[in-house]
Design a protein around this ligand. Structure first.
Ligand code: G3P
Ligand code: CA
Length: 344
């Protein structure tokens, strides 16, 4: 009889421990993210097979809509330049977006294209230039905006110059471009973020200081191996997203916090499907207010835009509206620190 009592007591203790573990162990970041919400949705019978919601080990980013200043503020200053980022930061963007390429001598620079022609009027690939040679190019060459003269001869910035300029006063949404052509980009990126003490930090709103994005899953996995726990966003083009199976989503969950998708290929149903797997959905690149409103209503978690001013206007309006039912719970703050505004 004593043996049975001891067995029952041990069994009860074991059950208590397992139950406590389940309650505490789902979200290592513990910031009340999408995974918890989706678990509730799943309990109520979501259409998709997201099982128990987010169990990815990848950190949750946020539950509201984040504003991502795509290439800075390219309608107001040349894309991917310090003035462009200054304007975006001054307006109050949650994130400034950087696309990284690597020079011939192994320096990470912020420029979208693989080649320098479109933005600088030069010729050839970024990877065929040393940094010194690249710095001779004019990143304002093709800028057609109102203040063309003001930005004449602005330079392509290195990643470190951007980090030096802004430090931890902004959040960075950084894309690793063409990593297969430039081995070592991931390490160079992590080293720079370490140097500026930006890893695993959050801003005052609880947003990660750094999000890393790439179209290359192997590049993201490499970052994850080097620096576990960073929020990673897997980018898709329209074609690859169209063929994304549930099994592929489950594999993606093992390293990514979310996906970055061309907005035209995303329906509300698809957003719900991805949410049921606990993944954040960020859409690129929306440049008109009507479409921004539409996708916020669909439930996206972030929007890349060249018109960060317009997106912020919408977020402010929604937050201030007494009838607001959306997930805008965080007022973006303008910052005087960066001085230059489009209206200057
Ligand atoms: O990074 C999201 C979006 O920017 C991807 O497109 O070509 O503008 O880098 P792209
Ligand atoms: Ca990009």
């Amino acid at each position: 009889m004593g043996n049975i009592k001891n067995f029952l007591l041990s069994f009860t203790i074991l059950l208590t421990i397992i139950s406590a573990g389940c309650q505490n162990g789902v979200h290592p970041e513990g910031i009340g993210g999408k995974g918890e919400t989706n678990s509730e949705e799943n309990k109520e019978g979501s259409e998709y097979a997201g099982e128990s919601g987010k169990e990815t080990g990848a950190p949750t980013i946020e539950t509201g809509v984040i504003s991502i200043a795509h290439r800075g503020a390219p309608f107001f200053a040349p894309e991917h330049t310090i003035p462009s980022y200054e304007i975006a930061a001054g307006l109050g963007a949650d994130y400034i977006e950087l696309d990284l390429q690597m020079t011939k001598d192994g320096v990470l620079v912020s420029i979208h294209d693989k080649t320098v022609g479109r933005t600088t009027g030069g010729q050839g690939e970024v990877a065929s230039y040393t940094l010194k040679e690249l710095k001779r190019l004019d990143a304002g060459h093709s800028f057609a905006g109102r203040e063309r003269k003001r930005y004449a001869h602005v330079k392509i910035p290195t990643l470190e110059e951007v980090l030096e300029r802004f430090g931890d006063s902004v959040n960075y949404y950084i894309e690793i471009k063409n990593p297969a052509d430039n081995p070592g980009m991931e390490k160079a990126l992590i080293d720079a973020l370490k140097k500026f003490q930006l890893l695993h930090k959050k801003d005052k709103n609880g947003l990660p200081k750094v999000i890393i994005q790439s179209f290359s899953p192997s590049s993201l996995k490499s970052v994850q191996r080097m620096e576990p726990g960073l929020p990673l966003i897997r980018l898709f083009n329209e074609k690859d997203f169209a063929s994304l199976t549930d099994d592929a989503i489950k594999e993606l969950q093992t390293y990514a916090s979310g996906v970055g998708l061309p907005y035209r290929s995303v329906t509300k149903k698809e957003i719900d499907r991805l949410h049921s797997y606990g993944l954040d959905v960020h859409v690129y690149t929306i440049n008109d207010k009507k479409t921004m409103e539409q996708y916020i209503d669909y439930g996206v978690d972030g929007i890349f835009t060249d018109h960060i001013d317009q997106l912020l206007e919408i977020l402010h309006m929604r937050q201030n509206s007494p009838n607001e039912k959306s997930r805008i719970h965080r007022l973006p703050q303008k910052s005087d620190e960066f001085g230059i505004r489009p209206s200057d």
